[in-house]
Structures are given as structure tokens and as C-alpha cells.
Design a protein. Structure first.
Length: 170
């Protein structure tokens, strides 16, 4: 996989949302708990020694200039992340703002992305802690608890039916 780099003119700045919203198994850090190594508003205190998952992560807002400015995590209260293995765009929601994804323009754009799949984004989902919500061109489906060691599969791209399995048991 090619290195993922920030889009021209984009930078994390003071954003440390990924250090709060996302789980980091290597650090036993659950979602929506600020990492003990995070200097909020500044960055990682162990930047040079951070886990590999943190080294390769780049949020979709930072990477893709086509993603509008209002998706900047401190503004949207969400961290957009592409799961390239499953071709899923996931909006990880800050638990302090559980309805952020339901507000315009976010909900409208999530539905629009679901209606226009690409090879790297066949599906769209919202993650609030362990809860997963599938986003369709029209409507959403609550899928329930989906810990980070589980994955969602779509039998056919564009299909309305999703199934889940525990990746540790397959």
C-alpha cells in the first residue's frame, strides 16, 4: 500500500480527535477515552515510539481534499476513517456528541457517499463506541454492538443485507 499523506493544505493542527475517539488495541485504549500519551491539542507524547497502528493511521478528512472542511474532527465531532480491507468509510463519533452524525450536512453527505460507491468505499457506516450503524442511500440500519475485533461483510456490493462475524473465530 502506498504511503498515505495529508492532502495539500491540510494538517492535523491542534486536532487530537483520533487519540480520543478511536480504540487502540496495542495500548488497551478503548474508544472515546483519551490516550494516556496524548497531549490534547498538541499531539502524541510518544510520537517516535507510537504503535504501528498509530503510525499508519490518517483520517479521511486529512487525506482527501474532496472531503469538506466541516468534517475537520474538532468541528464535526467525528473521525472519518477508511477501512481499506473492507472498503468501508466509517464515521467514528465522539461519544460526547452522539447525535453529531445525524445533523446536516453530515447525515446528507453520509447518505450521498453510500449512494455513490467507489472501489475503496463500497459501504458507509457510523461507529459510536461499539455500536455500528449501516448507512444506506436512503435510511440507516442499527447493527448493534460491533467490537473492533469484528468485521462487517456485504455479500454483494450495493446489497442492503450485511452480515458480521468475529474475526478471531474465522
Amino acid at each position: 500500500m502506498a504511503d498515505r499523506v495529508p492532502a495539500p493544505g491540510r494538517a492535523c493542527g491542534g486536532c487530537t480527535a483520533c487519540c480520543h475517539v478511536l480504540p487502540v488495541r496495542e495500548l488497551a485504549k478503548p474508544a472515546n477515552v483519551t490516550c494516556t500519551h496524548c497531549d490534547v491539542g498538541h499531539g502524541c507524547r510518544i510520537y517516535n515510539d507510537r504503535p504501528p497502528i498509530c503510525r499508519i493511521f490518517i483520517c479521511t478528512w486529512l487525506e482527501q481534499i474532496a472531503v469538506a472542511e466541516h468534517w475537520y474532527p474538532p468541528v464535526s465531532h467525528m473521525v472519518l476513517a477508511e477501512d481499506r480491507a473492507s472498503a468501508t468509510l466509517v464515521a467514528h463519533v465522539d461519544a460526547a456528541y452522539p447525535d453529531a452524525w445525524r445533523q446536516p450536512p453530515y447525515i446528507d453527505e453520509l447518505h450521498a457517499w453510500a449512494a455513490a460507491p467507489t472501489p475503496t468505499r463500497l459501504r458507509v457506516a457510523v461507529k459510536l463506541g461499539d455500536e455500528l450503524i449501516a448507512i444506506f442511500p436512503v435510511g440507516e440500519k442499527f447493527l448493534g454492538p460491533m467490537p473492533s475485533n469484528q468485521v462487517v461483510l456485504v455479500h454483494e456490493p450495493g446489497a442492503a443485507e450485511w452480515s458480521a462475524y468475529d474475526s478471531g473465530n474465522e
